[in-house]
Write a protein that binds this ligand. Sequence first.
Ligand code: SAH
Ligand code: F3S
Length: 431
Amino acid sequence: MKKLFIETLGCAMNVRDSEHMIAELNQKESYELTTNADDADLIIINTCSVREKPVSKLFSELGQFKKVRKSGAKIGVAGCTASHLGEDIIKRAPYVDFVIGARNVSKITEVIDKKHSIEIDTSYDESTYMFGEFRSNSLKAMVNISIGCDKQCSFCIVPITRGEEISIPSNLIVQEVKKAVDSGAKEVTLLGQNVNNYGRRFSSSDSGAKNFTELLREVSKIDGLERIRFSSPHPLHMDNEFLEEFASNPKICKQIHVPLQSGSTRLLKEMKRGYTKEWFLDRCEKIKKLVPNVAISTDIIVGFPGESEEDFEDTLDVLERVRFDALFSFKYSARPHTAAAEYIEQVDAAVASKRLQKLQARHKEIQKEIMDAQIGSSVEVLFEELKSDGKVAGRSDEGRLIMVDGSEELLDKILNVKIIKANITVLHGVI
Ligand code: SAH
Ligand code: F3S
């Protein structure tokens, strides 16, 4: 049997794209997955281009693969960097056998057989393509609900690499979730770059559910499915109807990502995010009112062009008021073909680093307080992993990592746990 090494960088959509590529390859010829590049007949790196760092690392990593690969092994570059660099990858690294974009993954079986083939058409429509079945986690399934992104956030390269947004018809989504549940899934994460913009555009008129709230209702009717998560929504599209469904539907986990980017209304406008600081705070307040123990996570960019000390203070103010459960924070990185890369007032790198440190330090304190406050509470946990030290790990409804003493009989079960101890990343409890 041939061996496949696949490295996946970036977001959950990339993880699902890798699963799709594995499924498609296996339909043609069986592959065994390997974690050693030097052992593989086929090496694929599924790339991210959201920030510059992983892109610049790509070529050194490719050089490494070239050095260690078996004779005759093929090397392919997939994902967002493949979409935006295209044939430049092969020009710079001619030993790369193929380049396949983030919106062309269904073509994986074609590109592996054509030397130097490049499939990076970002208008290609894979929204109704029936991919083969492969899941790296049979208990927790990922299901795409849309491809591409129609927002034009001025810092973001994703609309350029993944193309325009097309929603997947709800009957296909429901069919896929049912299939996953039949094979043992208890939890599903609905994926898209902007999930609550669902229904904006379909490629066929027979689409079923017309918006994200309707889709959530449809999916939650599936028997045997116990938990629904989604990633990621956009604050702009968090209307009351959606938030009320989020709060009242017992299958929807009480964890929500509300990506802030900046707390300054002036910068949010420059970022073309479409909301203000007040709207963001209002939505988070509403979420907390509807779901008191909710876990809200966010993404923040510091050092966006023109960010003043005052703008940054606004970001700190939102951090203080919302008190996020989790924070993914980044220094702004200028990306090719994006509007913000042309903005002249770039922020000094040292200033941006200092702001990032300050933001992360304050978040850590808040996170500790949030975790400590969980002691004494009871949460529902889906147990998924046996640890070597007699502990079993799982996630609470709110997505928090929980550990209890126990054995494998807890695995795949949802049980009530009382929290007795907390640290910044883990809660310890008893059943
Ligand atoms: N819609 C997607 C966003 C993908 S990009 C989602 O909701 O997951 C993921 C995060 O990367 C963004 O929310 C943003 O915080 C960050 N990001 C995007 N472009 C960036 C850039 N040019 N520099 C720094 N961070 C960026
Ligand atoms: Fe990027 Fe904004 Fe879409 S962050 S993925 S353009 S919602």
